[in-house]
Design a protein around this ligand. Structure first.
Ligand SMILES: *Cc1c(COP(=O)(O)O)cnc(C)c1O
Length: 421
């Protein structure tokens, strides 16, 4: 007998905490249980209950070409037949590194790893090893994976003595994570005035996209570049979402700001578990075996993941007009939200509607959003065959597979939702 989503969820809860392998998949924010996926193709995701949804989650970002993109699938199939993992170097790792370097010139040297979490954790270790300093600055509402020192935010307001959001993180770790407020230059300045000589790096999402989309003030990003240079700290752009999303060269190309180190994930693996950290050669020379900062991985540079990454990047590089196409498509969605009186932030093909009266420029603004209203919206969209992220604090991702027809259908649906509220 075939199990439906509810059955599968109940059974999964027995073996897997919350029935899911990553918390936001549980649909708790929207008071539901998740659908279980059968397959996905192009703009659509299909659940085991026989429903088809237009997918704006896109696996949380990777699926910029749409799901199961043929050239990627074909190349992966072929790569599988040659062996799944070798634990030894392959030419493909070099090919991927070269494609990344050409797209994003600041990536002079890089390491391939398996997840964005690992990339951010490793980049910070390198920044600490290079500067011989312990403290790092991160921003409230920015997500850089779940490594110990990064699971820290401050609630509202600037806090210099941080506590972790997660139990299981020793306070001695959290203490080295200083918190500043996104788009707030003063909050960064005061941390550097107090701790400047102990700060190894600032890590930032150049477009915040893990509290919903919050675009940066360009002066804010420029200030981060200046103050880090002034104090001999490094600037790390976490481009796990924005890399190959806003432009081939990511947010650093989009805003013309060159970080010292960059982390990539999501799109760079073309849907497989692959992420990258890298940047200035003199810094990356600190990494073992040539330097003293240790970082390793049994499956790092996995040939299947690297193949999916190469095919995805090659397609983007050969079809650079994709960025204006998905920008336009996202612009139509943005307009629809504005037309029904919902606030919306958009940068390129990343966008988020916010159910609030405020213009959203900071974490505090995000927190004014109305959850009940979001739940109504989520239900309405899902019942209409459109899957948006089950949380107000996640971005909406537009892919190449979201063609005019798909976008028009979505716009209609947003307008109907507007009539219902
Ligand atoms: C998703 C994400 C991460 C973590 O990547 P994982 O592959 O989930 O570990 C880190 N930084 C940003 C900006 C992300 O969006």
């Amino acid at each position: 007998m075939l199990l439906n989503s509810v059955d599968l969820f109940k059974k999964s809860e027995k073996y897997i905490p919350g029935g899911v392998n990553s918390p936001v998949r549980a649909f708790r924010y929207v008071n539901r249980t998740p659908f279980f996926v059968d397959r996905a193709k192009g703009p659509y995701i299909y659940d085991v209950d026989g429903n088809r949804y237009i997918d704006y989650v896109c696996s949380w970002g990777p699926a910029i070409l749409g799901h199961a993109f043929d050239p990627v699938i074909e190349a992966v199939k072929e790569a599988c037949c040659r062996g799944l993992t070798f634990g030894a170097p392959t030419e493909k790792e070099l090919v991927l590194a070269e494609l990344i370097q050409k797209s994003m010139p600041s990536m002079e040297m890089m390491r391939l790893v398996n997840s964005g979490t690992e990339a951010c954790m490793s980049a910070i270790r390198v920044a600490r090893g290079y500067t011989k300093r312990d403290k790092i600055v991160k921003f409230v509402g920015c997500y850089h994976g779940h490594s110990d020192g990064l699971l820290v935010k401050a609630g509202s307001g600037l806090m210099t003595e941080s506590i972790s959001d997660s139990s299981g993180v020793p306070s001695s770790y959290a203490k080295n994570t200083l918190l500043a407020e996104y788009n707030n230059i003063e909050s960064v300045k005061s941390l550097f005035e107090k701790y400047g000589d102990d700060i190894a790096c600032i890590i930032v999402e150049p477009v915040a996209a893990n509290m919903g989309v919050v675009p940066p003030d360009i002066d804010f990003l420029k200030y981060l570049r200046v103050i880090t240079q002034q104090y001999g700290a490094l600037l790390i752009f976490d481009e796990v979402i924005t890399g190959f999303r806003l432009a081939l060269g990511g947010a650093q190309e989009f805003y013309s700001i060159k970080p010292d180190l960059t982390t990539l994930g999501k799109i760079v693996g073309g849907g497989m578990p692959l992420a990258v950290y890298g940047g200035r050669k003199d810094i990356m020379n600190c990494v073992a075996p040539i330097g003293s900062v240790y970082q390793a991985g049994t499956l790092s540079g996995n040939p299947i993941a690297v193949t999916a990454g190469i095919e995805t990047l090659k397609y983007l590089i050969n079809n650079p007009n994709i960025y204006s196409v998905i920008d336009k498509a996202a612009g139509k969605l943005e307009k629809a939200y504005l037309d029904i009186g919902v606030k919306v932030n958009r940068v390129g093909s990343l966008l988020s509607p916010f159910f609030t009266n405020k213009q959203v420029k900071s974490y505090d603004d995000v927190m004014t959003s109305d959850r009940d209203c979001f739940i109504k919206y989520f239900d309405f969209m899902l019942n209409s065959g459109i899957y948006v992220a089950p949380s107000q604090y996640e971005a909406m991702f537009v892919s190449l597979a979201h063609d005019n027809d798909i976008i028009d259908k979505t716009v209609d649906c947003i307008m109907k939702f507007g009539e219902s509220i």
